[in-house]
Design a protein around this ligand. Structure first.
Ligand code: ADP
Length: 518
């Protein structure tokens, strides 16, 4: 053995030990790595499982929401068809009677058909309103509104309905109200009508109170009632479209389709306000409208009329009606001539443009759909010939053709949907021509505190009336009311009230009205 041999053996042993240690360390590292991988995989599995659970729960929620929406849609369709069917039946029935040349007075038939058409129109309007607001195409007006007169009118209108159910309707103004405010009058009216009509509809004893406070451009309107109330779990739901209160058995007895509050809240919000509710079942409800109603700097001359319009100040104005429907022309002539407008009418677009060159109108009422030409083309020709001083009002039955107009670039100044409310049309004409209306200071005829009395001589009619109201036999009720009015002239006031309830298809109130007489 060389002297270096032990050293070499020691070095070799050291190398082997180091190698073994390295191998051991690598084995440990490998095992750790495998364990870490296992843990990671287990964690990932747990995460995947949790994600799967969440997705599953979400899918379940989406399915439940879709089913609830479907059920609401079905309920809505049933309600809508129910709401549409009774007025349509009346229109259908009267049309057939007229065709058979029955001895039916045309005034009576016309009245029922008009009111029925109004009812269906309101329903369609309600649905369109929701879709317009939700799709953001609803155009708001900036009217100057006589706030006190508007509230007086509404209270008068509903006091009648309340009295017919034996309810009171109180009106309180807390502090002073401004004479004028600036807002969209039609929409404000719609909100208040919804709240007041609900207060009366859902109250069987006691009454309702409208209270208004006005401070720093902000109006606070409370509509409180002593009615059936709303369960706590329904307080938000009732603002959803087609949802009706949980006292469903009771609600189902009261006409309605569950659109009013949805429209009310949506409208209040786009007008810069909010509607809230507090209620106690069996004790009553309080709906609160809080809304910014700024006062205009000055009250302009052409504010909407509150009495009956009989004419206007200043020079005589000329209006040209272009409409292929002769009935529409006749309505316009009957509306406008008595107010001292000079009215010309044409049944076609090109004829209308030619007539305009001769009569030089201040304003044109223009139908959109006419055979052979479109109202839009006619508007363009009129605008090119007469410039901006001519006011062009489009009247169309097709809401899809809606274009707001009046922006200085469009050929037309304003778009109104048919059927047009004649008061709204007069307001529009007044606005467009900057007219100062002359109006009688008449109040709405409905201004009365208690139901008109029925004299004892009316007694023989009451039994039959109650019977037909129960059956919902509109024609028979109308006939009986006409007979009662003719035989017992002193009952005319009460007959008028009952006709109005019948006109609104409010048979339930009519039944109550008849219960409240001996
Ligand atoms: P509709 O009256 O056609 O059902 P609304 O949207 O106006 O539709 O009201 C929705 C629901 O809210 C009603 O069905 C009713 O249950 C409840 N409701 C509304 N106003 C009142 C009220 N003043 N008192 C009690 N319940 C009310």
């Amino acid at each position: 053995m060389t002297p270096d041999a032990p050293l070499a053996i020691g070095a070799a042993a050291a190398i082997i030990v180091a190698g073994l240690a390295a191998l051991l360390a690598a084995g440990i590292r490998h095992r750790r790595a495998v364990r870490r991988k296992d843990v990671r995989q287990a964690e990932m599995l747990a995460l995947a499982h949790a994600a799967h659970e969440a997705t599953h729960a979400e899918l379940l929620r989406a399915k439940e929401a879709a089913e609830a929406a479907n059920a609401a849609k079905t309920r809505y369709l049933v309600a809508v068809s129910h709401e549409i069917r009774s007025p349509l039946n009346a229109i259908y029935g009267y049309a057939q009677l007229l065709e058979r040349d029955d001895a039916i007075p045309p005034i009576e038939a016309g009245g029922v058909i008009r009111r029925s058409a109004e009812h269906v129109t309101n329903l369609v309007e309600g649905l369109l309103d929701i879709s317009r607001i939700e799709s953001g195409v609803l155009k708001l007006r900036q009217d100057v509104v006589r706030l006190p007169a508007l509230l007086d009118q509404l209270v008068d209108m509903f006091r009648m309905q309340a009295a017919a159910k034996g309810l009171s309707l109180d009106y309180k103004v807390d502090g002073a109200l401004p004479a004028f405010v600036r807002t969209d009058e039609k929409r404000l009216r719609q909100i208040l009508i919804n709240l007041l009509s609900n207060a009366i509809k859902y109250t069987d004893a006691g009454g309702a109170t409208l209270t208004i406070r006005y401070r720093s451009q902000m109006a606070l309107v409370d509509v409180a009632d002593t009615g059936i109330g709303i369960a706590a779990e329904d307080l938000e739901r009732i603002f959803e479209p087609f949802e009706r209160g949980g006292a469903a058995a009771d609600s189902a007895m009261r006409p309605g389709i569950g659109l009013g509050l949805s429209i009310t809240r949506l409208l209040a919000r786009i007008l810069g306000g909010e509607v809230t509710v507090s209620s106690e079942v069996g004790r009553g409800s309080r709906f609160r409208l809080q809304m910014l109603l700024p006062e205009p700097m000055t009250a302009p001359a052409g504010v909407p009329h509150c009495g009956r319009v009989t004419g206007y100040d200043g020079a005589r104005r000329t209006i040209l009606v272009i409409d292929d429907n002769p009935a529409q022309q006749i309505v316009m002539e009957h509306l406008l001539r008595p107010l001292d407008f000079q009215v010309f009418a044409a049944t076609g677009g090109y004829e209308g443009v030619a007539l305009a060159r001769r009569c030089n109108p201040d304003l044109v009422l223009l139908d959109l759909q006419m055979p052979g030409c479109s109202g839009w083309d006619v508007a363009a020709q009129l605008r090119a010939a007469f410039g901006r001083s001519l006011r062009i009002v489009i009247l169309s039955a097709n809401a899809h053709e809606f274009r707001a107009g009046g922006d200085g670039r469009s050929d037309h100044d304003i778009f109104l949907s048919k059927p047009v409310d004649l008061d709204a049309l007069l307001d529009t004409i007044g606005d467009q021509l900057d007219l100062s209306w002359i109006a009688t200071e008449e109040r709405a005829p409905a201004a009365c505190e208690t139901p008109a009395p029925l004299p004892p001589a009316a007694a023989p009619y009451l039994q039959s009336l109650r019977h037909h109201v129960k059956l919902g036999h509109v024609r028979a009720i109308e006939t009986l009311l006409a007979e009662l009015e003719a035989d017992v002239p002193a009952s005319a006031g009460a007959v008028g009230e009952m006709r109005r309830l019948l006109g609104d298809f409010d048979l339930r109130s009519l039944a109550r009205r008849l219960e409240h007489v001996d």
